[in-house]
Ligand binder design. Structure first.
Ligand code: E4P
Length: 236
C-alpha cells in the first residue's frame, strides 16, 4: 500500500519525506487555502520538484467543463508528476466523466475525486481515471460505512482487471487509516498531523525509557566491575 500526504505544507512534507514513507501528495482548494497557498502555480511546481517522480494531485477549480479542461492542460505542464483532480460531478450534479475521458485520451493522469459511492468509482474507472479518490470521512458523515465501499470497489477492480488505483482520503481519526488499509485501499492519503498519532505510543516511550535506564545501570555495573578488577590486580 502507498501513503500519500494530504497537504500543501512544504515543511511538513519535507519532514515526512525524510521519514521515507511518502509515495505522493494530494491537495485540493481547501487544503491550499488552509496551508496559505496564494500562488497555485508556484506552489504546485515546488511540490512537483520536491516529490521528484512521485505523483502530486492538483484540483481544478471550476464547474465549467471547458475551463476544467483548460486548467487541467495547464496543470499538466507544471511537472511530469502532476495528476489532475477532477470531481466526478460538479456542484450542480453534472457528470465530469467526459472531462476525465478526454484528459485520459490526452495522456493526462486523472484523479477522479469527491467519490462517495461504489457507482461513482465504477463510472470514473470506466471513463479512464488513473486514481479514484474515495472520501471515507464524508461517507461516514452521512451515516454509511466507508470500508464497505472501499472493499467493494477493490473487489470490482480486481474482478474486471482495471488498473485504476483507489486513494482513500478524508481521514477523520487514526483508526480510519487502518480501516482503509485493511479494506483494500491501494493508497491512503493522510494529513500530516496523523503521523504523530500513527508513530507515537505512550507505552513505547515508557518501554524505551526503561531500556535506556537499564542500559545506564548496566554500564555503571560494568564500569564498577572493571574498577574492582583493576584494584585487585586482575586487570593486567
Ligand atoms: C483527498 O484527496 C482529499 O484532499 C481530502 O482527503 C478530503 O478530505 P476532507 O473530507 O477532510 O475534506
Amino acid at each position: 500500500m502507498r501513503i500519500f500526504i494530504d497537504s500543501a505544507n512544504e515543511n511538513e512534507i519535507r519532514y515526512l519525506l525524510r521519514q521515507g514513507i511518502v509515495d505522493g501528495v494530494t491537495t485540493n482548494p481547501t487544503i491550499m487555502l488552509k496551508d496559505g497557498v496564494h500562488d497555485l502555480e508556484a506552489a504546485a511546481k515546488r511540490l512537483c520538484t520536491l516529490l521528484g517522480d512521485r505523483p502530486v494531485s492538483v484540483e481544478v477549480t471550476s464547474n465549467d467543463h471547458e475551463k476544467m479542461l483548460e486548467q487541467a492542460r495547464t496543470f499538466a505542464t507544471w511537472g511530469r508528476n502532476v495528476v489532475v483532480k477532477i470531481p466526478v460531478v460538479n456542484e450542480f450534479g453534472e457528470s465530469s466523466l467526459d472531462v476525465i475521458n478526454e484528459l485520459t485520451s490526452e495522456a493526462i493522469a486523472v484523479n477522479a475525486t469527491a467519490i462517495l459511492s461504489f457507482n461513482q468509482a465504477v463510472l470514473a474507472t470506466k471513463a479512464g481515471a488513473t486514481y479514484v479518490s474515495i472520501f471515507a470521512g464524508r461517507i461516514a458523515d452521512e451515516g454509511n460505512d466507508p470500508t464497505l465501499t472501499i472493499r467493494n470497489v477493490r473487489s470490482w477492480l480486481n474482478e474486471w482487471d482495471y488498473s485504476a488505483k483507489i486513494i482513500v482520503g478524508s481521514m477523520r481519526t487514526a483508526i480510519d487509516i487502518q480501516n482503509a488499509a485493511l479494506a483494500g485501499a491501494h493508497i491512503v492519503t493522510v494529513p500530516p498531523p496523523f503521523f504523530t498519532k500513527m508513530i507515537d505510543h505512550k507505552y513505547t516511550r515508557d518501554t524505551v525509557r526503561q531500556f535506556n535506564r537499564d542500559a545506564e545501570k548496566a554500564l555503571q555495573e560494568i564500569a564498577s566491575a572493571q574498577a574492582t578488577s583493576v584494584r585487585s590486580g586482575n586487570g593486567k
